[in-house]
Write a protein that binds this ligand. Sequence first.
Ligand SMILES: Nc1ncnc2c1ncn2[C@@H]1O[C@H](COP(=O)(O)OP(=O)(O)O)[C@@H](O)[C@H]1O
Ligand SMILES: [Mg+2]
Length: 346
Amino acid sequence: MNASIPSSDTLPRRPIRDLPDELISQIAAGEVVERPASVVRELVDNALDAGARQINVRLLAGGVRLISVEDDGGGIPRDELPVALRRHATSKITDLHDLETVATMGFRGEALAAICSVSEASILSRPAGQDSAYLLDARSGELRPAARNQGTTVEVKELFFSTPARRKFLKSDATELAHCIESVRRHALARPDVGFAIWHEGKLVEQWRAAGSMSDEALARRLGDVLGDAFVQNSVTVEHWSGAVHVTGRAGIPDAARSRPDHQFCYVNGRFVRDKVLTHASRSAYEDVLHGHKQPVYALYVEIDPARVDVNVHPTKIEARFRDSREVHQAVRHAIENALAAPRAA
Ligand SMILES: Nc1ncnc2c1ncn2[C@@H]1O[C@H](COP(=O)(O)OP(=O)(O)O)[C@@H](O)[C@H]1O
Ligand SMILES: [Mg+2]
């Protein structure tokens, strides 16, 4: 018998033990934090959940050396700062009903714990009505007063310094930076009412100003700022109700199709998702007007009763499961078909 195959004769039995807390977080981090862009996604999610109007992202070395996300949201009271970093600690849900109807970006209470377990992180925060801000160093647990206006800044340094195997999988700084920008872009397209800025190595690389409110004009402007004016000029407004499913956004005319599927954005209740049902529905709407391997462009926002969609499918929450996927497929398909068939305004 092959000696390298473990068998009960060769393998000494080891007792079953609870894993140490930090190792549990590091294992969870393997799912949540793949690269700097995943940290950016989680931190921007948190800033949006906190009601931020302006979010500033600062990066060094593509985010590997430093990711800092600063917001002007509600902040975290001093006494809750250590709790925020604990695994399965969240302010967003309290019971199963909340989970099934969740409307916030976060709810699993694991991102900060996971990030802190694979980096050197700190969190600086000041809620309204608190005399000063407080800075918590995740590694040492030290908590001390610091200066800051209302809001929160999370700093993540030396990502994967404690897990060199992970660090080796990172690509060049330029590639990691591109992923970080893409991550903010996905948020920015869903929230024209929030301003975003990204700095890399001290230089401003992207800036998208906040619109006063959420409106069609605000969305069109944000789409233009983020994806380029051509995206807006070569797309039509999508606005469609199908039963309880509301689809809005913009769909590119066939001529605007690209060789790569890099301008295809789908959101479900404000959350960016990559979903087969939505991709397939969009693809089939373009079936008769697009030929070959051309990729349509679109930014679609699906609004549906949160109880009819499960976002707790994957730790990164990038997947969704619809209770009735046919209903959603049809809604999206018809939404695009109708938009493309409507005569275009000059
Ligand atoms: N930028 C922020 N502003 C205000 N509160 C925050 C911020 N980031 C994190 N928090 C608080 O810390 C908690 C834990 O965050 P996280 O680990 O991302 O879990 P989740 O977002 O799933 O609740 C949040 O529920 C929230 O109360
Ligand atoms: Mg979160």
